[in-house]
Design a protein around this ligand. Structure first.
Ligand code: NAD
Length: 271
């Protein structure tokens, strides 16, 4: 493929767990070029080549801490970092008309508003989990919730590695939103994020969201539906982060030529 027709993609947080996998995926893809890389001010990789720091050949792309320098020649920017950084990326993408893929989780309401504003001007795919399996699970969880009805208690249990910053995971919250919609209830009024002490009987309609943090667990999510005398468990386990990176690159391809808007992986996968 001619370099001009290839997708020029940039990565924010290229030295991170996800950033380095995304950069490798872009370099290895036949239809993409790694055209930019950003890291935090003072990071030891600044000024180094984006290819060599992720274990690939020299790409001729220096890692910068300045958006304008890093992403001038990019069509699309991929950001899996942290909310405060991603909001800055969205601001830049909006000003410079760059397509945007957001994998970061843990946004507050104000930050989400800013991202929605950005998506009014440029196409954005944002998903708390870019794996195909998890997005299918969102759909299946909604269907199971509807089919089982109010006699079944619903608990979401998630487990991640000890370094994860936000809790519960964005994926667990995504599942909770799907389930609350399927139940026809407001999540804020029915969610229970922790239990401790003399808590009494479980309120009807409660949606439990429980968090485990341990070792190097990549990401486990279980939805437990428990009725009288039986239960169903819907479980997803990520074996590696490759899955998320592959989903993000699928979103990059899907976004090409789209109108401005805030899209999800459900849109990307046509679910
Ligand atoms: P990480 O800590 O390994 O990587 C974050 C990177 O961002 C680091 O390299 C850090 O130096 C960099 N960074 C910090 N400040 C910066 C700045 N100002 N400019 C540029 N870069 C900066 O984290 P991770 O495990 O890769 O996860 C990152 C995010 O992605 C988290 O929010 C996580 O929950 C989310 N995540 C999402 C998915 C998904 O499928 N959507 C999958 C995995 C992780």
């Amino acid at each position: 493929m001619e370099v001009e027709t290839m997708i020029h993609a940039g990565v924010v947080g290229i030295a991170g767990r996800m950033g380095s996998l995304l950069a490798q995926g872009i370099i290895d893809a036949e239809d993409m070029v790694l055209a930019g890389a950003l890291e935090a001010k003072g990071h030891p990789v600044l000024g180094k080549d984006a290819g060599t720091i992720v274990g690939r050949d020299l790409q001729g792309v220096g890692i910068s801490c300045v958006f304008e320098e890093a992403f001038a020649s990019c069509d699309v920017i991929i950001d899996f970092t942290m909310p405060a950084v991603t909001v800055e990326t969205a601001r830049y993408a909006q000003e410079e008309s760059k397509h945007l893929i957001i994998g970061t989780t843990g946004f507050d309401e104000e930050q989400l508003l800013m991202i929605r504003d950005c998506a009014g001007k440029v196409p954005v795919v944002m998903a708390p989990n870019m794996s195909i399996g998890v997005n299918v699970m969102f759909k299946v969880a909604a269907i199971l919730t509807e089919l089982l009805g109010k006699d079944y208690d619903v608990e979401i249990i998630e487990a991640h590695h000890r370094l994860k910053k936000d809790a519960p995971s964005g994926t667990a919250l995504g599942l909770a939103i799907s389930i609350a919609e399927a139940k026809g209830v407001e999540l804020a009024k029915n969610a229970c994020y922790e239990r401790h002490g003399i808590i009494g009987a479980r309120p009807d309609g409660e949606i439990g969201i429980q968090t485990l943090r341990a070792g190097d667990i990549v990401g486990d999510h279980t939805v437990l539906y428990a009725g009288n005398n039986e239960r169903i468990e819907l479980k997803h386990q990520a074996h590696s982060r490759q899955n998320f990176a592959r989903g993000a690159l699928r979103a990059v391809r899907w976004l090409k030529g789209r109108e401005p808007g805030l899209y999800s992986m459900i849109d990307v996968l046509g679910l």
